[in-house]
Every structure is written in C-alpha cells, then in structure tokens.
Ligand binder design. Sequence first.
Ligand SMILES: C[S@@+](CC[C@H](N)C(=O)[O-])C[C@H]1O[C@@H](n2cnc3c(N)ncnc32)[C@H](O)[C@@H]1O
Length: 199
Amino acid sequence: MSSNAHRVLSKSPTACAPPPHWPPHVRYISEPHYHSSVPLQVRAHICPQSPSATHPSRSLTIIRRIVEPSHPAYGQFGLFAAKKIQPRVHIVDYVGEVHCDDRPQSDYDLSLLRTQDGLSVGVDAHSMGNEARFINDYRSINAKPNAVFEDRRTATGELRMSIWSGSESIKKGEEILVSYGKAWWHARTSPQTCELAAG
Ligand SMILES: C[S@@+](CC[C@H](N)C(=O)[O-])C[C@H]1O[C@@H](n2cnc3c(N)ncnc32)[C@H](O)[C@@H]1O
C-alpha cells in the first residue's frame, strides 16, 4: 500500500479538506473535539450522542485576507459572504476544542456554557477550528454587527454556539461581523483576560 493510500484509509471518517486560505498551522476540523478537562457528565450534557459533522458553511462563506489598510484587522483574515445571505439564516457553527480549563492567551476562545456548578465550558479555535474562527468583531468596521451568536442543538442533540445572520440580509462579498461583547475587549485593554462572550 502506498503511503498516500494509507493516509486516506487512516483518515477520520468526518475529516474534510480545509477551505482556501486556511492557515497551515491551524488544524481544520468540522466537528468539535472534546478536551480531557471536560468532565464526563458535562460532556454527556453537551453531546448526548456522537458529535455531528457540520458542512453548511462552505457555500455561504469565504475566508479572505484583509487588504484594506483602514481595516482594524489589516493583514489578518476575515470571513465574508460568498453569496447573499438571507436574514435569520444559520451561517456556521463555531467549531473548536471544547474545554473547561483556562485559556487566557487565546483570542479564539468563545464561551459555550456555564454549568449549574459554575463550571465554564469554552470552545477554543486557536489551534483547531473551522471557518467561524475568522469572524471579526464589528467595532471600527461597521456601525453594528450583521450576525449574532446563538446556541442551538444539532439534529443529534449536540450543543453548539452558532452564527446566524441578523435581521437584515448580508450582501455577497460583505464581511460577516459579530459582537465579541464589551467584556472581551475590556479584558484585552486591562491586565486580565477572559473568554470571547457570545453577545
Ligand atoms: C477570533 S479572531 C478573528 C480572526 C482574525 N482576524 C484572524 O485572522 O485570525 C480575533 C482577533 O481578530 C482581530 N479582530 C477582530 N475584530 C477586530 C476589530 N473589530 N478590530 C481590531 N481587531 C479585530 C483581533 O486581533 C482579535 O484578537
């Protein structure tokens, strides 16, 4: 068996090729990975069955480098509408590593859930994730966000933080922008850091 054939056969069944402009140092995943810091009973609450792969994002979004010097994330990437997106449409789930440990250094860590015991569950897309990790915050770009974070359960019951278009449609080529929340920005201008707040 050639080494290429072996690679294909040993690939995870849900693995898929990264989209164009995907950075080589980040692992592209289409379903959440659960870190060992997530207690079993919390994992069972979030994901009662096996994780489900999501592929709705490809046709709706495109990752693009920001080339406008006036953009506050100039030189970085952003996520853009590949076609017109109608209001209140599910664009993509924020997929990454689901964890309960602290990730103060990550700029890709989003809050998924706080349990009744006060345990904080995050989704960190710093080292592995999908297209959603490239969504920028609207501040200094637009007057308001055109997309929102909203949690949902997939068809197999898995809790996900998803990105939906807002009350207005998003034009083809327009940047998809959410609000990271004031606390996220506050944490980055003060000595302490915290998770990206969905809101
Ligand atoms: C979740 S990442 C977004 C994707 C990022 N632009 C990239 O290329 O990987 C969050 C980072 O994007 C940048 N960013 C996002 N929105 C921004 C904004 N409105 N103004 C300045 N920087 C922003 C900041 O560097 C922030 O730490």
